[in-house]
Design a protein around this ligand. Structure first.
Ligand SMILES: Cc1cc2nc3c(=O)[nH]c(=O)nc-3n(C[C@H](O)[C@H](O)[C@H](O)COP(=O)(O)OP(=O)(O)OC[C@H]3O[C@@H](n4cnc5c(N)ncnc54)[C@H](O)[C@@H]3O)c2cc1C
Length: 484
């Protein structure tokens, strides 16, 4: 059990803040005090922040490409504040977007932003409420790392982790949440047991597979369209304290993909990922797999690696604690922040490719992607089993295997022209992906039309629309996704 303090108070010192505020429907502006023609908000436990600097910060994200400025930022002091703001917005034709934090969203195309509406800083609600052997009740603003800090000493972990664990639990449950354990466990949305949701109607509802299941199925990977997740009960599994990570290189894509598919089918490892490594105009491929273990029961390397066809002399193995493994990107990210790369534009492209199409598709994309267009960003390539994914709106390609293929670009030079060219390139590759029956992981930077979204959610588009009508009939929530 941990109670965290309000993280933003010091940042907001001196900002224009109000625990009671008023909205003027004719000028469509906010004020800290009510003018005669304005409508007062009900009193809040938290604060509504309206100063220009905070609103400008809320108009940014990890992509640094799209900027939409809200009229106000809610720092909720309670779940009831979110209920009040959504009801107020619904009554007065305002839009609302929830996100990990002010300017701290990890989306790359403004997905968590809102133009002239209210942005809700979910990081203000970040308490881990209750942890038992098999699950934890957490506020949606809790970051996965904060949960792990509590559960790992107890020998427990969520089964699937994202590579980067500073993401918010509400944020990844709204998009999917994939990592190297997904081949076995599915996505993070497949490992959530119950959710507390403030719907677009402004109703607080607890949902699960057995209770309000239509809402449960809608909000998991629902891109924030139906409700704001305020609390989640996430699954925990027992994990050993140590992890051995193996990396090895391949120069042949077909052999690399074949070995990866074999490993996830046999389940020899607890984690399986991989990446494409540019080397002097060519590309080679790095396998990255991990086995969890307890001291005294070390993994049998020869058995685990038997029959794999990586290049001799390229195998490396390293042991670490489970927590350090889960948090393995932290030193790299600190470095990227220190040299300013974190602040550069990131026109990412994240794709799910059907197994049989993966080799020709990856070859085609790499052939049209000069190394300079990656800006030294990594290119992820790893398989999982789409049939493990139960959330209907987490759209996946058909078949027994699918591969996550992600061009995690940094735009260098960071000029608007280069960014626009890379986004246009993403769009072109997205069309090739669609032709290959692949699906986009919609956290990235691809301009989408209404017809694209229809195709994306097919054959669940009608269900998606019905859920919108049912749970957010006035289209209040998450406009930054550009779906409705
Ligand atoms: C460095 C980096 C590494 C990453 N690694 C991975 C990875 O390994 N695996 C993976 O799957 N993804 C990964 N991502 C992508 C990440 O999952 C998405 O960016 C995702 O959106 C979560 O980020 P966030 O918590 O910042 O949410 P945000 O970007 O703030 O929000 C994402 C969407 O969800 C909505 N939303 C946010 N909170 C809520 C809520 N409580 N209720 C309802 N809707 C909400 C927002 O409105 C928005 O539409 C990575 C991103 C970065 C930048």
């Amino acid at each position: 059990m941990s109670n965290r303090t309000f993280p933003r108070r010091t940042l907001l010192k001196g900002a224009l803040v109000a625990t009671a505020a008023a909205f003027n429907p004719s000028s469509r502006s906010w004020a800290a005090t009510a003018a005669p023609e304005s409508i007062s908000l009900p009193p809040l436990d938290g604060q509504l922040v309206m100063d220009a600097e905070t609103r400008a910060r809320a108009a940014d994200d990890y992509g640094h490409i799209v900027h939409r400025t809200p009229w106000a930022v809610l720092i909720p002091g309670s779940v009831q504040d979110i209920v009040k703001i959504v009801r107020f917005a619904r009554a007065h034709g305002l839009k609302v977007a929830a996100g990990r934090g002010i300017g701290e969203s990890h989306s790359t195309q403004g997905q968590a932003q809102v133009e002239a509406g209210v942005f809700i800083d979910m990081s203000a609600l970040s308490t881990v409420h209750d942890v038992d052997e098999t699950s934890a009740w957490v506020d949606a603003g809790v970051r996965w790392i904060e949960l792990l800090e509590i559960t790992v000493p107890q020998g427990r972990s969520p089964p699937t982790l994202t590579d980067f664990i500073e993401l918010s639990i509400g944020g990844t449950l709204s998009v999917g949440g994939i990592g190297g354990q997904a081949f076995r466990w599915g996505l993070q949305v497949d490992n959530v047991l119950e959710l507390d949701v403030v719907t677009g109607r402004g109703e607080l509802v607890r949902c699960s597979p057995w209770r309000h299941s239509a809402l449960f199925d809608s909000v998991r990977a629902g891109l924030g369209q139906f409700g704001i997740i305020v609390r989640a009960r996430v699954r925990l599994v027992r994990v050993p304290p140590r992890v051995r990570v193996y990396t090895a290189m391949y120069d042949d894509l077909a052999v690399f993909l074949r070995d990866q598919a074999l490993l996830v089918d046999e389940g020899r490892f607890d984690y399986a990922e991989g990446s494409v490594v540019p080397s002097g105009g060519q590309y080679s491929f790095q396998l990255e797999v991990a086995k969890y273990f307890s001291p005294g029961a070390e993994p049998n390397d020869a058995q685990l690696l038997a029959g794999l066809s990586f290049q001799p002399g390229t195998l490396q193995a390293q042991d670490s604690s489970y927590f350090d493994f889960a948090n393995r990107l932290a030193p790299l990210i600190e470095f990227l922040k220190s040299i300013g790369v974190w602040q550069l534009p990131h026109p990412w492209l994240n794709m799910f490719v059907p197994g049989p199409a993966t080799r020709p598709f990856v070859q085609q994309v790499l052939a049209q992607t000069p190394e300079a267009e990656l800006g030294q960003g990594p290119v992820l390539l790893y398989p999982f089993h789409p049939n493990r994914i139960t959330a209907p709106f987490a759209r996946m390609p058909p078949g027994h295997h699918a591969y996550l293929f992600a061009l995690l670009r940094t735009a260098i030079p960071p000029t608007p022209e280069n960014v626009a060219a890379l986004v246009a390139k993403n769009r072109l590759i997205f069309e090739q992906l669609t032709a290959a029956q692949g699906k986009r992981y919609p956290i990235d930077s691809v301009p989408m039309s209404h017809a694209d979204w229809r195709r994306h959610f097919h054959p669940h588009w009608e269900r998606f629309v019905l859920s919108k009508q049912r749970f957010d009939p006035d289209n209040v929530l998450a406009p930054g996704q550009g779906i409705f």
